[in-house]
Design a protein around this ligand. Structure first.
Ligand SMILES: *Cc1c(COP(=O)(O)O)cnc(C)c1O
Length: 240
């Protein structure tokens, strides 16, 4: 694990140097989904502090077992009935992908009297298999999130289509960056619209070159994930 982290860190630094960006301008989110608490502890011991999960129930289960200064990032498809488990618990929800979800986060954040940092997820390649707002609807969703007072809109997120060749991701990352830059001056209530979450194990160097401020790296840090059984039941604690 230590060795893997070192290698990733060197690759991030090399990518930053190659395009003249400071290392501090790129945040590393260690995607720990499906991985045990022990591996997160190891990564924490090696200095990592930001961890990404794609199921609310996994954050709920892992968070109390781990150091309090871990900053949790939610990167998965969020069902409305799981919002309550994340509000005030995660630093950033990367995956606001529709108006209904945005409005429901707003409603629940208002009820709890808190503000939630979020990104709008864009389905940048228009893939049927992917989450995210269609490019044609992204501007409307961004404008809505900008208006909602309990949502602190921090930027945009996307997942490039699966490919063996990282260069294939480049046009999509570039498109997301352009949308991010074009949208910025149109916002009225989002003074910190400064995050671009893109790039994963297979393509994070290209993402850094294209302007990512956060990369989400799972398998390159923690090893390959096993497939989950589709109907696995998980216990959820009750939150009122
Ligand atoms: C799983 C996941 C990642 C990490 O993927 P790797 O290829 O393992 O690095 C990044 N982003 C999202 C949204 C994910 O679901």
């Amino acid at each position: 694990m230590q060795e893997r982290i070192k290698v990733i860190e060197q690759r991030i630094q090399a990518a930053c140097e190659a395009c003249g960006r400071p290392r501090a301008s790129v945040g590393l989110i260690a995607v720990s989904k499906t991985k045990p608490v022990e591996m997160i502890e190891e990564a924490y011991a090696a200095g990592l502090r930001c961890f990404g999960e794609n199921r609310a129930q996994e954050i709920v289960a892992k968070k109390p077992l781990l150091p309090e200064d871990i900053r949790w990032h939610f990167i998965g498809n969020l069902q409305k009935n799981k919002i309550k488990y994340l509000l005030g618990q995660v630093e950033l929800i990367h995956s606001v992908n529709g108006e209904d979800l945005a409005l429901e986060i707003e409603r629940q954040a208002e009820k709890r009297d808190l503000t939630q940092d979020i990104l709008v997820e864009v389905n940048i390649a228009g893939e049927a298999s992917k989450q995210g707002a269609a490019l044609s609807q992204a501007r409307v969703l961004i404008a809505l999130c900008d208006e909602l007072p309990r949502l602190n809109l921090r930027g945009l997120m996307a997942v490039a289509p699966l490919s063996e060749n990282p260069e294939d991701s480049r046009p999509y990352f570039r498109q997301l960056r352009i949308l991010w830059e074009e949208t910025k001056p149109l916002l009225s209530h989002s003074p910190a619209f400064d995050q671009l979450s893109m790039g994963m194990s297979g393509d994070f160097e290209v993402a850094i070159e294209e302007g990512a401020t956060m990369i989400r790296v799972g398998s390159a840090l923690f090893g390959a994930r096993e497939q989950k059984l589709p109907n696995e039941k998980r216990e959820m604690p009750v939150i009122k």
